[in-house]
Design a protein around this ligand. Structure first.
Ligand code: DQA
Length: 187
């Protein structure tokens, strides 16, 4: 095949998104692609931050356990932590299991990583577990409180079976650690 044609085919593949892409959103050169494309093009890493039931009440809900910060402040913390990095967050909160499942479905193929605090659903939602298992990127499950120090009903984390990492008991910082963990996988 002529060099020009090879280049052209490579560009076509690039434009149509079939160039090999690693799990966390960076595209690299196809093996055999022409030399002039050897640079690694950096794409924006997309991270979904999903909060489950009652987490919209952060700041007002049991502050002795969850602290006085609001959900908005939590999201601001993440945005600040991501400053200067090539990251875009998609924030989502819902009190409904079905809506969380639907949102995870939307994440498939469209975001690189998920940070999820499924709230009480963590302890029993097989539907959320199954949706997370269908997701093709990295997943970190976060709990603001140390669930293992609390009532026994909170000790079993069903949804965490789909997670690559689990953080519990670090307060809001747990989300920031989860973010840096996902980021570290892409660098
Ligand atoms: C929580 C712990 C869950 O047991 C509880 O139902 C929540 C919040 C946490 O972040 O510590 O809603 O997930």
């Amino acid at each position: 095949m002529g060099k020009l044609l090879k280049d052209f085919l490579y560009i076509l593949e690039y434009v149509h998104g079939s160039i090999t892409e690693n799990k966390v959103g960076y595209k690299s050169r196809l093996s055999g692609a022409p030399e002039k494309f050897t640079y690694v093009r950096r794409f924006i890493m997309k991270i979904a931050v999903i909060n489950g039931p009652n987490l919209n009440l952060l700041g007002r809900r049991e502050p002795e356990i969850y602290g006085s910060g609001t959900l908005e402040e939590l999201q601001k913390m993440l945005i600040e932590a991501s400053e200067g990095k090539n990251v875009e967050f998609k924030f989502f909160q819902s009190n409904s299991e079905g809506e969380i499942v639907d949102f995870i479905h939307q994440c498939i193929g469209s975001v690189d990583g998920i940070i999820i605090n499924p709230g009480a659903y963590s302890h029993y939602s097989i539907a959320i577990l199954d949706a997370l298992r269908a997701f093709d990127g990295k997943i970190v499950e976060v709990h603001i409180s140390n669930v293992f120090k609390r009532e026994e009903i909170r000790h079993s984390l069903i949804t965490a079976r789909a997670a690559d990492a689990v953080i519990a008991g670090m307060g809001f910082e747990g989300y920031v650690f989860a973010f840096f963990y996902l980021l570290s996988l892409s660098e």
